[in-house]
Design a protein around this ligand. Structure first.
Ligand code: HEM
Length: 444
């Protein structure tokens, strides 16, 4: 190893607890404070040494160049109670073989097939939204996304129980995962505290809903989808492995896409000039009763709006990793089996890269698109990167693009005067949970 720098330490750690309380109670402020201290900063979660990595090229090193030296770490170990060894959480050769197995449903030729389906589904949803004076946008986007993903990938409609399960239990589970990752001792996650009991109950309910959904699968009615691949005897998966992959895809694909969609609807509703530009673009491109995957590239204003939403509200705002051996990152030594964290949200709101970082400015992407592509790629990672990057990125982008284009072609969305608005600068809530919008048919 070359000459190493000394890693700055975060002050304010307590005996035994380290910085666990700050990380648990005010995670965003804590992560921001870590960022202000340097490119790599050491802190402690209980007895465990932890390192926050704050520079885009070093985060890229973790995700791409040195990816083989990192496992996914504590947050993902905690998630195993719900998704077992699915491809989000598994490691090494097993992860690769499972990723290859499910990859085929995300191929480009499949996306060609999904786009008309997404369009039909979007038209039905917008048909339901039309003339809503007060639409709870988060719930509506959740129901839409879950329905679209389950019929597209699994060839089977999502039942009410699954929808209720994901909608009610998933926020509790996500909140619990961060709290458990920051717990000073893992033993604390097994104590019968109210928060742990709430978490365990949410996991048990969620698990039952997904098992019920899998049990309802009929291979004759829905051949060729993900469930048919997973249940094909020649792939030799056990019942547990099938559950793990279905739960992984459902949970990784639904919440994240629904969050992005909800925020996009809210941002469009609250920026008239953006909505007008999108409507004009949709009027020109969405003329055929059946759009194609290629048409998405002809919606540049939409692509900028989607990028800006994903920049401001990345659904996984903080991620963990764990080096399997001592690693050098930009001249800093990170010891094996320490906890490594990086914040996608903080990276996406770095004022040096994105001036006026809390503002919703889709046109900033015009300039960024002209800039150096490596820097842009490293500073914009809503879908992660490398071998653990999002398998559903293109599908999610197609879902967002087609849905929003159908929406802009047919209706105008507006915020409702007097209703509470989210604090865009401060929120880390992935979803604008309490936001209602009005939806009106456009006068064409
Ligand atoms: C806007 C929507 C989405 C966002 C922002 C998003 C974000 C991400 C991110 C950041 C990761 C990497 C996590 C890490 O490196 O630790 C990831 C992985 C993953 N995503 Fe997505 N995702 C989205 C949509 C989807 C969809 C639609 C699906 C599937 C239907 C999906 C399935 C997965 C899976 C299975 C992984 C794990 C990949 C692996 O480890 O090999 N995601 N996603």
């Amino acid at each position: 190893m070359s000459t190493l720098h000394t890693v700055p330490r975060m002050p304010g750690g307590l005996p035994f607890l380290g910085h666990a309380l700050q990380f648990q109670r005010r995670p965003l402020a804590f992560v921001q404070a870590l960022r202000e201290r340097g490119d790599v900063v050491e802190f402690r979660v209980g007895p465990q040494r932890a390192f926050a990595v704050n520079r885009p090229d070093l985060i890229n090193d973790i995700l791409v160049a040195q990816a083989k030296r990192f496992e996914k770490g504590r947050m993902f170990d905690e998630a195993k109670v719900l998704v077992g060894e699915g491809i989000f959480t598994s490691e090494g050769d097993y992860h690769l073989s499972q990723r290859r197995l499910v990859q085929s449903v995300f191929h480009r030729n499949q996306l060609e097939r999904y786009v008309p389906e997404i369009q039909r589904y979007a038209e039905t949803t917008i048909g339901r939204w039309v003339e809503s004076p007060r639409l709870p946008i988060n719930r509506a986007c959740f129901a839409h996304t879950l329905g679209a993903i389950s019929s597209m990938l699994f060839g089977q409609a999502a039942d009410e129980r699954l929808l209720a399960g994901i909608q009610q239990e998933f926020p509790i589970i996500l909140d619990g995962l961060l709290r458990r990752t920051a717990a000073p001792a893992q033993l604390m996650n097994t104590l019968p505290t109210p928060a742990n009991r709430r978490f365990d109950k949410a996991v048990a309910n969620m698990r039952r809903s997904i098992e019920h959904y899998i049990a309802g699968y009929d291979p004759v009615r829905a051949p060729g989808g993900l469930l048919s691949i997973l249940t094909d005897e020649k792939n030799g998966l056990t019942g547990k492995q099938i559950y793990d992959e279905v739960a992984t895809i459902l949970l990784a694909g639904t919440e994240s896409t629904a969050d992005a969609l909800s925020w996009a609807c809210y941002m469009i509703a609250s920026h008239d000039e953006v909505q007008s530009a999108l409507q004009e673009e949709a009027d020109q491109i969405m003329t055929s009763p059946q759009v194609s995957y290629g048409d998405l590239a002809r919606l540049p204003v939409m692509q900028r709006v989607i990028n800006e939403v994903l920049r401001l509200f990345p659904s996984t705002w903080v991620l963990t990793r764990e080096p399997v051996e001592d690693v050098e990152l930009g001249g800093y030594r990170i010891p094996a089996r320490s906890m490594v964290i990086f914040s996608v949200r903080a990276l996406h709101r770095d004022p040096l890269i994105y001036p006026d970082p809390d503002a919703f400015l889709p046109d900033r992407w015009l300039a960024l698109e002209q800039g150096p592509s490596t820097e842009r790629r490293q500073a914009f990672i809503p879908f992660g990167a490398g071998i653990r990057g999002c398998i559903g990125e293109q599908l999610a982008r197609a879902e967002l693009g087609v849905f929003l284009a159908v929406m802009c072609r047919n209706v105008t969305v507006r915020t409702i005067p007097g209703e509470p608005q989210p604090d865009v600068a401060a929120t880390i809530m992935p979803v604008p949970t309490t936001i209602n919008l009005s939806v009106k048919r456009r006068d064409n």
